[in-house]
Design a protein around this ligand. Sequence first.
Ligand code: ZN
Length: 204
Amino acid sequence: MPYNPLKRHSGLRLLQPGQAIGMITRKQQERASQQAAEMMRRAGIFITGREAHGIEVVDFGLSRLEQEGVQVLTLVQTERISVKALALFPNQTEPEHWHPPVGSDPGKEETIRVISGTLYFYVPGENTFREGFLVNGKEHCYTVRHEHVMRPGDQITLAPGVKHWFQARDEGVVMFSFSTVARDVMDQFTDKDVVRTTKIAEGR
Ligand code: ZN
């Protein structure tokens, strides 16, 4: 069955009056991209001011960036490959997801290499969950519990379609992602509330 991106938006959510669905404010976005740029620079990655400005702040449409989100600087993006620097703030978690096949492409194959901080990385396999934590109220959205505690210089390669999620604790984490072509909007998430495109509320 072909993947239907519209399906992602069909989940009903209860909103407080005045609450926007899946949004961060422009101010939040600017603060987060600046903080991510500082972390990347401290980790020894040279980035230009223009690149710092272009860091994508992803809240996965969940509007709780500090808990679930990631900051992404795309360094290379062609029809075939992708290189990104990622920053996770302290105690921030990238929700569980996988990279499905898209047309004749079997799906994204990806290597994550840690540059600074300690990364708690989860894949399918024996439950060895110990050092990380499950996001409050979202336990059911984190189903793979085989734990890798990764430090600078450690890296992991994921075959297409393998579920994974990852997390920073006290200190944040800076990492590289090297992969075949990234089509982030096609990524699939265990949490049905996730919307991959972050909306930014203007004028606040
Ligand atoms: Zn991934």
